[in-house]
Ligand binder design. Sequence first.
Ligand code: GLY
Length: 311
Amino acid sequence: MKPSLIVHGGAWNIPDEAIDACKSGCERALRRGWSILSRGGHALDAIEATVMVLEDDPAFDAGYGSHLNLDGRVECDAMVMNGATLRAGAASTLERVKNPIRVARAILEKCPHMMVVGEGAERFAKEQGIALCDPEDLISEAEREAWLKCKNDKHAAEHHRGHEQGTVGAVALDKEGNLFAATSTGGTCCKLPGRVGDSPLIGCGCYADSEAGGVSCTGYGEAIMKIVMAKAAVDFLRQSEICVDSSARTSCDVTTAKVAAREAVHLLAKRTHGHGGLILLDRHGNPGFAFNTPRMAYGYVALDGNFVTAV
Ligand code: GLY
């Protein structure tokens, strides 16, 4: 099977001056993941490495450079899901972890549960050899400035950089057919401490089923949760699967992936009037994406092996 990889760095009103940083961040992440997949590596290793690049990049709302909550602290959520087993690893409200996707992976692989939050998740991470950091190490100067402005102006939304968006995610398929989807976020700016968005909720911000495809969402979590958007997109993929040859990546498969992505975002707009976007790979590795925000940062490896990135 031909490997495939798609990434996103959030759907929101990305300003002109942030376009280059978002595009190059997506490309770096894509290159990192592809260096694993193209050499026959496992999709789980590729997706973890891909998301870590995005988490380390302050252009995005995940890991270092996440939005601050009302108290001026970073609280991160992340999830990864295995399409073959339908098992997920999800962690929420992490305050002392540089790369939340590593905790999500540890939960997926080594924990009897599928979702662990807060101090318990941090304790589990430490037991698994993931070093805890000082919460201050996750705060970028730009986000601290945005938070200070908000605080002095009763948290008016116009001060936020990507008030509700900037989440990152990826979907990876390896040559053995292993399919994984992952999402990581710092959540919304000035959220109430303890708020959990769509990203770590199975089926909302992330879902993978090897019988249909894998999805990672971005956007306003409170709307995405209402329609369980990632699972909705996978269901659209399943319904519109029109190719009988499962080994082929044909033009009708490509259409299926695009249509499923569009249908899910259409549902988000129609039923919630919310804004957001998603990326997906169908079970053959065909990429699809859609968003109803002014812009979304994304990238994928095209069938000819070229890297496509756009904002
Ligand atoms: N989509 C990210 C969040 O709402 O937390």
